[in-house]
Design a protein around this ligand. Structure first.
Ligand SMILES: *Cc1c(COP(=O)(O)O)cnc(C)c1O
Length: 405
């Protein structure tokens, strides 16, 4: 049955995303329902955003309560949720190993500063402007990296198809192969303001760097007085089983950008700068009307509280491993990568679009970021039963996609 929304969508919305897969009507936990009433297990979570799934009572309550108390005030004024969230994020980023969030003391002097935005690309934009304030123009970023779609974020994103129509882009940016410490060392100079890396590349199809890569990046940045900036917009806030994925390496960055899962689906982004980097942006250097509004900050606080209260970091670690093991058991999967519930897998041929379509027919939402890669980034609250149901359906999904029986 044709979805009548498709025609209206095509007639009224700019064609930047291609036709929508479905028109969704409601969600609960890791499940969503389309406008025909068909149910799906959501293994994409709004692209690593719906950390608590759909309609989580804690998130609904926090947003409802804050919006009925004080919704928007502009940055001429402060609000309690905004300050508390900045303190919590600074404590999280600097917490040893990423597991000490609750123990991290808020009494210690501020280890850095936060700038709040409404999206990932804006968090990247803020950080990019911050790096300019070092007086150096050059940034080194990784091929295959993704940092967003504003002109600044695009300048830091290597993908030619995204960049070419919009050149010239701002900045002096060098791209190096991801995971190659020698190439990175060769590209960074005394003119380099920052080295920008995702601790795991998300949009590339979940690409994990070799062990020691982030530490090597820290060393080369230090050697040249450059800032080390981790874009954790996709990997952060529990997605990989740690509060921040870079905690796995023990490396301390200067700048961290967050967004996606931070407020569980309520738009927010954060540019977190540690130590002296926190003072690079000064009055007049940057601004935002909506960024840091009380509702978005209350939503983020509810997400952080719930991840802690429900023990989701351990759940994500255990369930992610089960999913990776189960997916790899099928010989048509050539590689499975990732940490926690950020999972990428490779197929032997370019059939990922067919696999995603077959999964949808079987009632599972997955994503195909490249022609031969499938990505899963489900809600952190995904149940054991839903994960097991997907693994059970997986061989038949591949049969359906590859035309076998
Ligand atoms: C999604 C993403 C962005 C851009 O975030 P938007 O909210 O879509 O602007 C930037 N960096 C990384 C690593 C991302 O995954």
């Amino acid at each position: 049955m044709a979805d009548p929304h498709q025609e209206r969508y095509a007639a009224s919305l700019m064609n930047t995303f291609g036709p929508p897969r479905l028109t969704l009507a409601r969600g609960e936990g890791a499940h969503v329902w389309d406008t025909d009433g068909k149910e799906y297990v959501d293994l994409l979570g709004g692209i690593a955003v719906n950390a608590l799934g759909h309609a989580h009572p804690a998130l609904v309550a926090a947003v409802t309560e804050q919006l009925s108390t004080l919704g928007h005030i502009s940055n001429f004024f402060a609000s309690e949720p905004q300050i508390t969230l900045a303190e919590r994020l600074l404590a999280l980023v600097t917490a040893d190993g990423g597991r000490g969030a609750s123990e991290a003391s808020l009494e210690t002097p501020s280890p850095g500063k936060v700038f709040f935005t409404n999206s990932g690309t804006e968090a990247v934009e803020a950080a990019f402007k911050l790096t300019r304030r070092t007086g150096r123009p050059h940034v080194v970023a990784a091929a295959g990296g993704f940092h967003g779609r504003t002109m600044g974020a695009l300048a830091l994103t290597s993908k030619e198809a995204y960049r070419t129509p919009f050149e010239p882009l701002p900045g002096d940016v060098t791209f190096v192969p991801y995971g190659d410490a020698d190439a990175l060392a060769a590209a960074v100079t005394d003119e380099t303001a920052a080295v920008l890396l995702e601790p795991i590349q998300g949009e590339a199809g979940v690409v994990v760097p070799p062990e020691g890569y982030l530490a090597a990046a820290r060393a080369v940045a230090d050697r040249h007085g450059a800032l080390l900036w981790f874009d954790e917009i996709q990997t952060g806030v529990g997605r990989t089983g740690l509060w921040l994925e870079h905690h796995r390496s023990g490396v301390v960055p200067d700048v961290v950008t967050l967004a996606k899962g931070l407020a569980g689906g309520f738009p927010i982004g954060a540019c977190i700068a540690l130590g002296a980097a926190g003072d690079l942006l000064q009055p007049g250097n940057h601004g935002t009307t909506f960024g840091g509004n009380p509702v978005a900050c209350a939503a983020a606080l509810a997400v952080l509280d719930t991840i802690e209260a429900e023990g989701l970091l351990d759940h994500v670690t255990v369930l992610g491993q089960k999913l990776r093991d189960g997916l790899l058991a099928d010989p048509r999967v050539t590689e499975v990568r990732g940490e926690g519930l950020l999972i990428g897998l490779d197929l032997a041929s370019d059939v990922s679009a067919d696999v995603a379509a077959a999964a949808l027919r079987a009632g599972f939402i997955v994503n195909n970021p490249t022609p031969h890669r499938i990505r899963l980034a489900p809600p952190l609250v995904l149940s054991e039963a839903d994960a097991a149901a997907f693994l059970e359906a997986w061989p038949a999904i591949l049969d359906d996609a590859m035309g076998e029986s």
